[in-house]
Design a protein around this ligand. Structure first.
Ligand code: ZN
Length: 368
């Protein structure tokens, strides 16, 4: 195992509108660069991992394992890469892998596949084919490139150190990857299948990885005489109704809170406090503006699951009407709404028919 892993992280991220350099932005709960560092470490195939950066202070403060070295980068990507090669020369590496820090999504399997291919090749480069049609512009003329013949090169790319070093000394052009150095001199490159998920983070919007959110809602109201019972916006004949500042509809309150939870916008009390203005308000009037806000913010609801917790009334008798009502209020298809009835073995206030509770979980997804 005489492999060395170089992570190029000296870029200025010109196309990235953010104060922090791209490689230090948090993505999937870690800084972008740390994904590459951890994968290289966990693969256990590297003697050293070299981080090339222009922000030495930031990285030197960290407690990295000994095999991680931090060196200063150059102005261009190709300068940084060459600096790493010069630094590595004294260790006499057999193989060197070069990787852009902006690609955090490669797999450890890919590293191993590359290493395996290096046994019989001097340059191994992962490629994917384009999903889009490609045109090539040259001197104001546009050519069609056959999609099947167009290769998109990714990193990590791996090379026999000696070959790459000798070619890099001679090649002073500003290349975007090391495969170009090999190809410029007609040296053979072994292309292997890359990973579609190994995309390069170039724009800030590339980071919006999480589009699905969940929200949890819970509500309970006391049952009192001489009040109408509303559940899920449906008037239900019963000996009591739910006490509250509003009509006490536990289902709609729990749904409203679940949506606000998924949207990360606090709770129902924030928008509908117990003030004179909302006294005796019907609960659909609280749900509707929240639903409107949800759809206006480009979210769609995936599904809604509801537990209605009470001894009486029997949910099975009203399920269809309640689901229909919720479907109308939310614009959600009926088959995406599930209502379960749950009794509590006659325990406590709910068991004695003195209260009704409800819990809801919702899943929503943001679209562009
Ligand atoms: Zn309530």
């Amino acid at each position: 195992m005489n492999n060395y892993f170089v992570i190029l992280a000296a870029g200025k991220s010109k196309r990235f509108s953010s104060k922090i350099a791209k490689q230090h932005i948090v993505y999937k709960n870690k800084e972008i660069i740390d994904h590459s560092i951890e994968k290289a470490l966990n693969s256990k195939i590297f003697k050293q991992i070299i981080i090339v950066t222009n922000d030495l202070n930031r990285l030197k403060k960290r407690k990295y394992p000994k095999l991680i070295k931090i060196i200063k980068g150059g102005k261009e990507r190709s300068d940084s890469s060459f600096k790493a090669l010069k630094y590595l020369k004294k260790y006499k590496p057999k193989n060197v892998f070069i990787h852009d820090a902006a690609r955090p999504n490669f797999s450890i399997d890919l590293l191993k596949k590359i290493e395996k291919n290096l046994r019989n090749n001097k340059a191994v480069v992962p490629v994917i084919t384009s999903k889009d049609s490609i045109k090539y512009k040259f001197k104001n003329q546009v050519f069609n490139l056959h999609r099947g013949n167009s290769l998109l090169t990714q990193t990590p790319q791996a090379f026999r150190f000696k070959e790459l070093f000798n070619l890099a000394i001679k090649d002073k052009s500003k290349v975007n990857d090391e495969a170009t150095i090999f190809l410029n001199r007609n040296h053979k490159v072994k292309f292997i299948k890359g990973e579609n998920s190994n995309n390069k983070i170039t724009y800030l919007e590339d980071l919006n990885e999480n589009k699905t959110f969940y929200g949890l809602g819970f509500d309970i109201h006391r049952l009192i005489k001489n009040k109408k019972l509303f559940l899920g916006g449906v008037r239900i004949p019963f000996h009591s109704g739910l006490k509250g500042h509003s009509d006490g509809d536990v289902i709609l309150h729990a749904i409203t809170d679940a949506i606000l939870g998924a949207l990360r916008r606090k709770d129902i009390g924030t928008y509908f406090p117990n003030t004179e203005k909302y006294k005796n308000i019907r609960s659909p009037k609280m749900l509707k503006p929240v639903i409107k806000d949800l759809y206006k913010s480009n979210f769609s609801i995936n599904n809604l699951d509801i537990n209605l917790i009470c001894e009486q009334p029997k949910v099975s008798e009203y399920r269809t009407r309640i689901v229909n009502s919720i479907s109308k209020l939310t614009n959600l298809k009926k088959d995406l709404i599930n209502l379960k009835g749950k009794t509590v073995e006659k325990l406590g206030l709910i068991g004695k028919e003195k209260a009704i509770a409800c819990e809801v979980i919702i899943s929503i997804t943001k679209y562009d």
